[in-house]
Design a protein around this ligand. Structure first.
Ligand SMILES: Cc1cc2nc3c(=O)[nH]c(=O)nc-3n(C[C@H](O)[C@H](O)[C@H](O)COP(=O)(O)OP(=O)(O)OC[C@H]3O[C@@H](n4cnc5c(N)ncnc54)[C@H](O)[C@@H]3O)c2cc1C
Length: 476
């Protein structure tokens, strides 16, 4: 029986293990922490549940959706989405609604938006200008005014770099379903449509007990005596002979262990996969690793009494506060708290290790989050903070800086010479993608072991979790 090591019990690693377990493999799933679900896990605290950050589930991949809904069964909840943007002390619907925006921004503001949109049309259609970065992409599609009001501040909080430094591909990928004309026409279309169409905008799936519940259930579904989940087992070194990986070195509760396997599915950060190789890769590959960086994430978790906002989450465009997004899990599922008067909130900060916010202690972060919630009036004197804790996630967001693709390709080409090594998932492939993409990469990479000659190229799974080369047959 062939032996497989899967690194990381997040969405990608669990999905790969699940798919492999249907075949004749001996599978060890190594997870450095003591929880499953990775960035999509759910943490229980003080009779409440908190995700790392707000996690809605939506996919265009029918197979992935079926796996999600079938696994959750009656625990799958359809949530009606309400998300808004906090800008200038006012809450604007996101995606923007034309009438609500007009009311809050006033006639002069609306004229400015229309004027700057007409200029963008002129640049895009008449001058045929092509965007070179995120800022130009948004300005060409929405106009300068909307960019400054509703895109720039939040985007820069998340990425920590100027919008001009962010790749235009990323905007095209993430905001492509939204257009200026679409925003204007949406309410009219909705009014005339008899049947309400389910879209990314309107609703999403969520497990009754938090995003992580799906992964807890999926791992339980692996009904195979040849599958082992090994917690507190961290990949440290990947040993190779130049053409294949021979063994890996893992640290488990302070002790080091070398283990041999036939295949390796790795969802730990992409750059670390290359850096952990022994012997080391050539210098140009290591240089590419240094140029690619990840943004870290801090979720400050507060349990707050009383009535708060109704949104699933709110984007904070106010540049005077550091927090970027605030969510209330009671607005995802009533079972996220045992007491309906106690709201489990996450206040999110994005940072690099050198940033002040990363250096703050847990107490300082809790105090900062409360202060910023009060300053922006998202909570008031009737709300009391009962309790809190913080969750720090290193390498949570691969930074899609201009020119990053060249470095990704460099590393990818080098790693591809190891025929038994398969990077999977979001960090593992340096892709800024959602759960459905991570699940699809795990499932399809595992399926490749069925027939190594007719491989599914998992790098061609797009941000919507769809394999761009067509239908995938489930042979396993
Ligand atoms: C704040 C936030 C909000 C998000 N919102 C959404 C959303 O609304 N909808 C959505 O679909 N997606 C969302 N995502 C994205 C989603 O969480 C990821 O796409 C998904 O978790 C990626 O799965 P993964 O398995 O590739 O990686 P991860 O979830 O990162 O899992 C990797 C696992 O590997 C483990 N690991 C890492 N290194 C090692 C090592 N050396 N040895 C052993 N184990 C290791 C980690 O501990 C982790 O458990 C969000 C992410 C964040 C951070």
């Amino acid at each position: 029986m062939k032996k497989v090591a899967v690194i990381g019990a997040g969405p990608a690693g669990i999905s790969a293990s699940y798919e492999l377990s249907k075949r004749n493999f001996q599978i060890d799933l190594h997870e450095k922490s003591d929880m499953v679900g990775g960035l999509a896990r759910t943490i229980t605290f003080s009779n409440s549940r908190f995700d790392v950050g707000p996690h809605r589930f939506f996919t265009y991949n029918k197979e992935v959706e079926k796996l999600y809904v079938d696994t959750l069964g009656s625990d799958a909840v359809e949530v009606k989405r309400l998300t808004r943007i906090l800008y200038n002390n006012k809450l604007f619907n996101y995606p923007l609604s034309p009438f609500g925006t007009l009311l809050k921004i006033g006639l002069v503001g609306a004229i400015k938006i229309l004027f700057s949109y007409s200029i963008s049309l002129f640049h895009r259609i008449i001058l045929r200008k092509k965007p070179k970065n995120f800022e130009e992409w948004v300005e060409l599609n929405f106009g300068k005014e909307l960019h400054y009001k509703f895109f720039k501040s939040y985007t820069e909080k998340v990425w920590g770099i100027d919008c001009k430094e962010i790749s235009a591909d990323w905007a095209a990928q993430r905001i492509k379903n939204l257009s200026f004309i679409g925003v204007i026409l949406n309410p009219i279309i909705k009014f005339f449509k008899k049947k309400k169409v389910k879209t990314l905008v309107d609703q999403f799936w969520y497990p009754r007990l938090g995003a992580g519940q799906f992964y807890e259930k999926l791992i339980k579904k692996i009904n195979n005596e040849n599958f082992n989940l090994i917690n507190q087992s961290e990949l440290r070194e990947i040993i190779h002979d130049g053409s294949k990986i021979t063994k890996i070195s893992l640290e488990n509760n302070g002790s080091k262990k070398d283990l041999e396997y036939d295949y390796f599915f790795v969802s730990s950060p992409f750059t670390k996969i290359a850096e952990n190789l022994n012997p080391k890769p050539p210098n140009e590959v290591l240089e590419s690793c240094k140029r690619l960086n990840y943004r870290h994430h801090i979720g400050v978790k507060l349990l707050i009494t009383g009535k708060t906002f109704l949104d699933n989450w709110i984007y904070i465009h106010d540049p005077n506060v550091k927090m970027a997004r605030v969510s209330n899990y009671l607005n995802f599922s009533k079972e996220m708290s045992s007491n309906q008067d106690q709201n489990p909130l996450t206040i999110e900060y994005f940072c690099f290790e050198s940033d002040d916010v990363w250096k703050m202690s847990e107490e300082e972060l809790i105090a900062l989050a409360e202060e910023e919630l009060r300053k922006t009036n998202l909570i008031n004197d009737t709300n009391k903070v009962l309790n809190g804790f913080t969750v720090r996630s290193l390498n949570a967001y691969p930074v899609i800086r201009k020119g990053y693709q060249e470095d990704v390709d460099n590393i990818k080409n080098f790693l591809s010479k190891f025929k038994n090594l398969f990077p999977i998932g979001r960090s593992g492939m340096f892709k800024y993608n959602n759960q459905d993409h991570a699940i699809a990469t795990g499932l399809y990479a595992a399926r490749n072991l069925e027939n190594l000659d007719s491989k599914i190229d998992i790098w061609k799974i797009n941000s919507e979790g769809i394999y761009q080369e067509g239908e995938i047959e489930n042979k396993i």
